[in-house]
Design a protein around this ligand. Structure first.
Ligand code: ATP
Ligand code: MN
Length: 465
């Protein structure tokens, strides 16, 4: 008989029909006459109840049907007597695919801490929490493609291995096939890469933006969505060494349109979650964060506040003068720390904030320079509980200005000649941004540690599984 997924079975009303369900046992309870198995197959957070009449089943065999075991159950779909469920299965046949010894299976019924579950990341998708998180992760990926596709953006694949280190986004992981036990060096003591696999030093990408810009100058509106790597030693609840980033890049967009795109994009994704992940969100809301759904609604319904970095710093300085304490000093010219970003969002505006026009010294060489000579057309989107969720900018389209700025910031032109060509040939105003996929997921799921929204987190000193 063909298997029915639990998500579909729970919607059926053709009582009396024969169905087959396969899944993992969450619990088994009962008495000497009847046994109730709560079965889950991952298709939904909801379990289906399998009712086993012990008059027709060998009790000995049922002994191995314990939490974590995998079974196939065939029987009649019946209207449920118990509350909290609509249908259940009156079992006529049970096949046990695999037991799970209660002495050694780590996921028993009792609640586990998220920290413990991180240590068994190979099993944690079987919990309600991580089932919910990973289903939402899937839906968010679909929402992202849908959003851009509906707007005529093209999904563009930028390389994961790169030989350019000019993004300035942080430390890179090197990619090499050289024998590390026997490194060849030249007279000056530098490593000779000419014999390495790519004939030069190569790394894992920190951003697809530069290549994304090349594509925008041809296809008009593009986005990337792929893995991104940063070798920074930042052990925070918001940083991963391997994460996924979405980077739209749009020809002819100026910063205002870029801000609007960012707002529309996040609101679309959050609404998608509300429309497609109700059961999982309800669970996470009840278990972890009572205000989660309210917060999601709020973000969909309210415009993001827009203000300049200079105005933001003024607000923060006023707060400090009124007694607000920050760990890091604040003043025009310094980069904002997460605590500053969160103060603006959570305490001051109580809304998502888009900060623009940052000092050029703390931003990358490619950002469009403002006429004041001091700031660039950067924009960061700041979110409650997270801080920066998006970083972007209008790009400098003027060849000469870009060349000068790259030189000032020590970016060798020989490394970005291909990037400079976009400004040499048919340059155009354009803008884009990068959204950290896992930061979006933190917001949507209400989880507080980024290690809990990616299946197998990579962080300093941790690449298990
Ligand atoms: P932060 O200041 O928070 O370290 P950043 O300014 O270095 O971030 P960008 O280079 O602007 O980050 O990258 C664009 C987006 O990618 C960020 O807004 C964030 O959402 C995400 N992001 C950046 N670094 C990480 C990381 N290590 N782990 C997860 N997401 C990240
Ligand atoms: Mn940034």
């Amino acid at each position: 008989m063909q298997r029915t997924k639990i998500v579909d079975a729970l919607k059926r009303t053709d009582y009396g029909a024969d169905v087959n369900i396969k899944g993992w046992v969450r619990t088994r309870r009962g008495n000497k006459n009847v046994s109730f198995i709560a079965l889950n197959d991952g298709s939904t957070i909801n379990n289906i109840q399998i009712v086993v009449d012990l008059a027709i089943f060998d009790e000995e065999k049922l002994k191995t049907v314990t939490t974590g075991a995998c079974i196939s159950a065939t029987g009649k779909l019946v209207e449920s007597q118990g509350k909290g469920q609509t249908v259940e299965i009156q079992a006529s046949d049970i096949v046990i695919y695999g037991g799970a010894d209660p002495e050694t299976y780590p996921l028993q019924k009792k609640g586990h801490t998220l920290e413990f579950l991180r240590e068994i990341a190979h099993l944690r998708p079987r919990t309600n929490t991580f089932g919910a998180v990973f289903r939402i992760r899937h839906h968010m990926a679909i929402a992202i493609h849908q959003f851009f596709h509906e707007r005529g953006f093209f999904y563009f694949h930028t390389p994961i291995i790169t030989a350019s280190d000019c993004e300035g986004a942080g430390q890179m992981f090197q990619v090499t096939t050289m024998n590390l036990y026997d490194l060849k060096k030249d007279e000056t003591g530098s490593i000779d890469y000419t014999n390495d696999f790519f004939g030069k030093q190569a790394s894992l990408t920190v951003s697809g933006q530069l290549e994304g810009e090349l594509a925008a100058m041809a296809l008009g509106s593009i986005y990337t969505f792929g893995p991104t790597f940063r070798a920074e030693n930042s052990n925070t609840p918001r940083h991963l060494s391997e994460f996924w980033m979405i980077e739209p890049e749009v020809a002819f967009n100026e910063i205002e349109e870029n801000m609007q795109l960012a707002q529309d994009f996040i609101q679309y994704c959050v609404k998608w979650a509300m429309d497609n992940c109700q059961d999982d969100l309800k669970f996470l809301c009840e278990m972890y964060d009572k205000e989660l759904i309210e917060r999601l609604k709020f973000v969909i319904e309210n415009d993001f506040v827009r203000l300049t970095y200079t105005e933001g710093v003024k607000i923060l300085e006023e707060a400090v003068s009124k007694g607000q304490k920050f760990e890091f000093p604040i003043g025009w010219g310094t980069d904002l720390q997460s605590e500053h970003e969160r103060y603006l969002v959570e305490q001051h505006f109580k809304k998502p904030v888009i900060l623009t026009d940052y000092p050029k010294e703390i931003k990358s060489f490619y950002m469009k320079q403002n006429d004041d000579g001091k700031t660039v057309r950067a924009m960061d989107v700041l979110f409650p509980k997270i801080g920066e969720i998006i970083g972007g900018s209008q790009r400098e389209e003027d060849f000469q200005k870009l060349k000068t700025r790259a030189a000032e910031m020590g970016v060798p032109e020989k490394d970005i000649w291909w990037y400079m060509d976009t400004r040499r040939f048919g340059t155009a105003p354009h803008s884009g941004f990068g959204l950290g996929f896992e930061r979006l997921l933190l917001f949507v799921t209400g989880m507080t540690n980024i290690r809990d929204v990616i299946p197998f987190p990579r962080t300093p000193k941790n690449a298990e599984f």
